[in-house]
Write a protein that binds this ligand. Structure first.
Ligand SMILES: Cc1ncc(COP(=O)(O)O)c(C=O)c1O
Length: 352
């Protein structure tokens, strides 16, 4: 037996950790939990779990066609956006070819590309943001896809509409640009990219979204991609027949309709972002201005050394060593009580 070299070389995913007794704010999940309407839908769908799910996810896709004003052929629903990246890579990249992305970003792009024996070129961020010029320069004839994370995980920074549009217009038309917008719903800057408009204009653009963050359904695994039907149908061919289960489809559909829960989540994130950023300012702690539901800040001591003292005092945050940022932490905004607690802990344990 011989393990394939590309698989042997892959590094395991490092998830956000927690310990008993600590509030987990390390994986950018929704601190308000799932939508109550989604929970009702799950309870109702339970009686039908002896049936296979709808492989076409028809009802969910119909809701998404309305939201995005896009045809059903332009949508792919999958087992989390993680699976979306994997299916895109399965269909559109292979050995001898490459993808381009950033170094300090979400690791699943690397995973997807390596899984299919291709290479990924990862360029350093520039002042915490995707370096679009460097990405353009790194593209060659073997480049099949580019991954942009906007807002970026883990920095929370973003590239604006004009910057993304300029990038798309200069990108060769046969390179697929995957714009991962897992956190886009939390963005509040007026110049944040309007991806609905960009999709109409750029046939090599694929936008991905997830139900794991705003909608609080991370445990059910639902994500989707939007793009031209040729790219989407290619990726869909690589999919297992029933990749999104009954409960996940029912919950996602109900969550889209739950405006109350969505607004409550957005209010919490905006209010706590303002509160927490102001508190960090007062303490002279560096952070990147964020457009996401988390914030990335720097302490003088490597976070790996502080993680346990912080967690043992009640908050599990994310140590960014695996992202190549050992001095930085990523914290998902929690309730006011959680956020005050973390500030108290930082006052106690961190050198400032
Ligand atoms: C930038 C980014 N994209 C995608 C995902 C994965 O989303 P999903 O839960 O839909 O697989 C995450 C999860 O942390 C993320 O941070």
């Amino acid at each position: 037996m011989k393990l394939k070299a590309n698989i042997a070389a892959m590094e395991a995913y490092v998830p956000g950790k927690t310990v008993p007794g600590a509030v987990k704010l390390s994986s950018n999940e929704n601190p308000l939990g799932p939508s109550p309407k989604a929970l009702d839908a799950i309870r109702e769908a339970l009686d039908g779990v002896h049936r296979y799910p709808d492989g076409a996810a028809a009802a969910l896709k119909t809701a998404l066609t309305r939201q995005w004003e896009i045809s059903r052929e332009s949508i792919m629903v999958a087992n989390g956006s993680d699976e979306v990246f994997m299916l895109l890579a399965a269909a559109w990249i292979g050995p001898g070819e490459n993808a381009v992305s950033a170094r300090e970003t979400f690791s699943q792009y690397r995973y997807a590309v390596h899984l299919f024996g291709a290479d990924i070129r990862e360029l350093p961020l520039s002042e915490g943001r995707f370096n679009l010029e460097a990405i353009l320069e790194a593209i060659d004839r073997q480049t099949r896809m580019v991954f942009l994370c906007n807002p970026n995980n883990p920095t929370g920074t973003y590239r604006n509409h004009d910057e993304i549009e300029n990038f798309l217009s200069r990108m060769p038309q046969d390179v697929i640009v995957i714009l991962d917008e897992a956190y886009a719903e939390f963005a509040d800057q007026p110049d944040f990219p309007d991806s609905k408009a960009l999709l109409k204009k750029y046939p090599h653009l694929v936008v991905t979204r997830t139900f794991s963050k705003l909608y609080g359904l991370a445990g059910l695994r639902v994500g989707y991609a939007l793009g031209n039907s040729k790219i989407i149908s290619g990726a869909d061919r690589a999919s297992m027949p029933f990749n999104v289960n009954n409960l996940a489809q029912a919950a996602a559909l109900a969550a889209i309709a739950d405006e109350k829960h969505r607004n409550a989540t957005l209010n919490l994130v905006q209010t706590e972002k303002a509160f927490f950023s102001a508190e960090l300012n007062q303490r002279n702690i560096f952070y990147y201005p964020t457009q996401a539901n988390f914030i990335c800040f720097r302490l003088d001591t490597p976070i790996a050394d502080l993680w346990t003292p912080i967690a043992s005092r009640g908050i599990a945050l994310r140590d960014l060593k695996s992202f190549g940022l050992p001095q930085m932490a990523r914290y998902t905004f929690g309730t006011r009580k959680n956020n005050i607690r973390l500030l108290e802990i930082l006052d106690e344990v961190a050198d400032k």
